[in-house]
Design a protein around this ligand. Structure first.
Ligand code: SAM
Length: 389
């Protein structure tokens, strides 16, 4: 049997086997913090950091505008493309990695009209912070969602399904992960929620991927997100890019050059330590041209991938006008770059960007190898893996 035919992958198999199938030339094997040799000496638990941040109110209220227009656009467009490319899929499934309090996703969920897509909706809300997930659940309850039991384990060593909320044809599953676990565990957790199907859309807003130290471990997470997503599905990962935290980037680049990073997990250009609103010291990788490399990593035949701006640099928004002005800048920037790959300077001009991996039927057909989409494609030359929904 063709080892690349992921149709054969079942959650009954050990997760390590899943990555045995994932043997594309440019892909690293998977790694967990433990395997990289610095777990558990390094105490930089995102679970602890974000539980504290969500317990306080400052983090959630930092901007007068909760959901950016460009985030809303990106999510709606991805779901629409996925629904069109998968007309036979029984439900729309969204896997939201680093869901937090559901800032972007819950707005979509509460406004979802099953008749528009002719299908029910299922969202897998995944995060290492139970506090964030509980806030998201409370928000959905305020919008008429209800549930059976929810069971949380603040110290859980392995990811688990804490419970689900339902309103009519819409179900949200809350999955509490552990960042020290093999990222491939996420694939099992998605399949657990979806009756063995893969996600039609995988999203991540202000992505937790940036909090994952080392390029190798970020790639392992991305590989797991890819494997959790249907081949004809969509991946949208919005993350900080080089126009964000500019001073911190310079400072940590200088420290790296001087060999003065101390015990901090600073390895790559773009790695910074920054102080949160609570005074916590937190790790973030600010993406640059490596974001394009990651988009290429998850693009195979039949895929179109691109980077798009989500937010231009500047202060948190004081009001809706400020957000709309920024949004106009985003649209102009994306219009200007359509047709070419992003350079280092492009990333430096943007605060948040999204990596988008999309399905394009014309590119999957034998004579459809010519690039003929938006012109922002990064690569369409990878081997085609077919997966059943
Ligand atoms: C910047 S917040 C964004 C939250 C939310 N998506 C939003 O847009 O408001 C990043 C989120 O990623 C989560 N996170 C960090 N590392 C993670 C990991 N390894 N796995 C899953 N979630 C993670 C954090 O707990 C946090 O909720």
């Amino acid at each position: 049997m063709n080892p690349r035919t992921r149709r054969t992958v079942s959650s009954a198999r050990p997760v390590t086997d899943l990555f045995g199938c994932y043997d594309r030339p440019s892909q690293p094997g998977h790694s967990s913090r433990r395997q990289l040799g610095w777990w558990p000496a390094l105490v930089l638990s995102q679970r602890v950091i974000y539980d504290e941040r969500y317990n306080a109110s400052g983090y959630d209220k930092r901007s007068a505008v909760r959901v950016l227009s460009a985030e809303r656009d990106a999510l709606h467009e991805a779901v629409t493309r996925a629904a069109q490319a998968n007309r036979d899929a029984p439900e729309i499934t969204i896997f939201d990695f680093g869901h937090g309090t559901g800032r972007v996703t819950n707005e979509f969920v509460t406004g979802y009209e099953p008749t528009r897509y002719n299908r029910p909706l299922r969202v897998i809300a995944y995060d290492v912070s139970a506090v964030g997930l509980k806030k998201s659940a409370a928000d959905l309850r305020d919008h008429g969602f209800s549930c059976g039991q929810m069971a949380w384990d603040a110290e859980a060593k392995t990811g688990y399904l804490a419970g689900s909320l339902r309103r009519g044809d819409i179900v949200v599953d809350f999955v509490h992960g552990n960042e020290d676990e093999d990222p491939a565990r996420m694939i099992d957790l998605v399949r657990l929620c979806t009756d063995e199907r893969l996600a039609l859309v995988t999203t991540s807003w202000y992505s937790g991927l940036g909090h994952v130290p080392t390029a190798e471990l970020r790639q392992s997470h991305l590989a797991a997100l890819d494997l959790a997503t249907h081949e004809r599905g969509e991946i949208v990962i919005a993350a900080s890019v080089a126009g964000d935290l500019v001073e911190a980037q310079l400072d940590w680049a200088n420290r790296q050059a001087a060999g003065a990073v101390g015990d901090n997990p600073i390895h790559d250009p773009g790695d910074v330590m920054y102080e949160t609103e609570l005074g916590q010291s937190n790790f973030l990788h600010v993406f640059g041209v490596d974001f394009g490399d990651m988009a290429r990593m998850v693009s195979r035949k039949g895929h179109k991938a691109w980077i798009e701006a989500i937010r231009m640099p500047g202060d948190e928004f004081a009001d809706e006008d400020a957000e709309q002005e920024n949004y106009r800048g985003v649209q102009a920037f994306n219009d200007r770059l359509r047709g070419r790959e992003w350079t280092e300077a492009d990333y430096a001009a943007v605060h948040t960007a999204a990596l988008v991996r999309s399905w394009c039927q014309e590119l999957a057909t034998p004579d459809g190898d010519q690039t003929n989409g938006s012109g922002q494609e990064l690569s369409t030359e990878r081997e085609f893996d077919q997966i059943g929904v």
